[in-house]
Write a protein that binds this ligand. Structure first.
Ligand code: NAD
Length: 245
């Protein structure tokens, strides 16, 4: 489905991002994954190689626009183009408002929103020159409902939806589609790190009766990245088993 496409995926070393890297590669894209550290990037690349999946990796500081721009330009030069950007790197939070420090709040916004802006700003001139491109953002079910603790996280994901919807309108005439996927509760390290008291009641409220798997989200990204979604832009696609909490 992605033959001859070049895809950059942030937060690609584990969880949803890693599964998306695998699925895109299985569908013949040339894939460049980003991670936060050299060791985790090297490890992900080596593990994928063992499975017969050859990918490339970088570890720019996503909070630093110059570093992001340099890396993105380097990729475009080496691979000839960038067709697909998946902005997936993200962190969550679960502290009550009284326990959340300004630094905690800023850290969430820095990665979940500012880094996404940096990536998009760096990639858009390349996609505009190509007159085509797909930008996909990882939002969350909490971008629709909020959550009862850890307000910084839903705040950042509401911003992701705002970026997605606004840029879909701004960039449509340049042949660039912009969409987001809003996962529900997905079986990754991020969820494993949350307290059981928070997760178990959540699962009970999911009509499909199970937690989602990273492949459920990767499948949605594959559809949106592919030409099958050529008339889809500005969409926040919920993939959450109809969870409503
Ligand atoms: P994860 O913790 O397994 O993976 C997070 C990824 O982000 C890793 O690849 C990591 O390298 C990268 N990352 C973390 N901090 C970084 C930093 N400072 N700089 C660069 N990269 C950094 O998480 P996941 O569950 O796979 O989450 C991926 C995305 O999905 C996030 O945006 C998250 O908000 C979103 N999401 C997850 C769930 C869920 O239930 N797991 C639900 C909704 C949305």
């Amino acid at each position: 489905m992605l033959k001859n496409k070049v895809a950059v995926i942030t937060g690609g070393t584990r969880g949803i991002g890693l599964e998306t890297v695998k699925l895109f590669r299985e569908n013949r894209a040339e894939v460049i994954l980003f991670g936060s550290r050299k060791e985790s990037v090297d490890k992900a690349i080596a593990n994928l190689k063992d499975k017969g999946l050859e990918v490339y990796g970088y570890y720019p500081d996503l909070s630093n626009y110059e570093d992001v721009q340099k890396t993105v330009n380097d990729i475009a030069e080496k691979h000839g183009k960038i067709d697909i950007l998946v902005n997936n790197a993200g962190i969550s939070a679960n502290k009550k408002i009284e326990d959340t420090t300004p630094e905690d709040f800023a850290a969430i916004m820095d990665l979940n929103v500012n880094a996404m802006f940096h990536m998009i700003k760096a990639v858009v001139p390349i996609m505009k020159k190509q007159k085509s491109g797909v930008i996909l953002n990882t939002s969350s079910m909490v971008s629709i409902y909020g959550q009862p603790s850890g307000a910084g996280y839903p705040t950042s994901k509401f911003a992701v939806n705002g970026l997605t919807k606004s840029l879909s309108r701004e960039l449509a005439s340049s042949g660039i589609r912009v969409n987001a996927v809003a996962p529900g509760v997905i079986n990754t390290d991020m969820v494993a790190s949350l307290p059981k008291e928070m997760i178990e009641p959540l699962i009970k409220t999911i009509p499909l009766g199970r937690i989602g798997e990273p492949r459920d989200i990767a499948n949605a990204f594959l559809f949106l990245a592919s030409d099958m979604a050529s008339y889809v832009t500005g969409e926040i696609l919920s993939v959450d088993g109809a969870a409503r909490s």
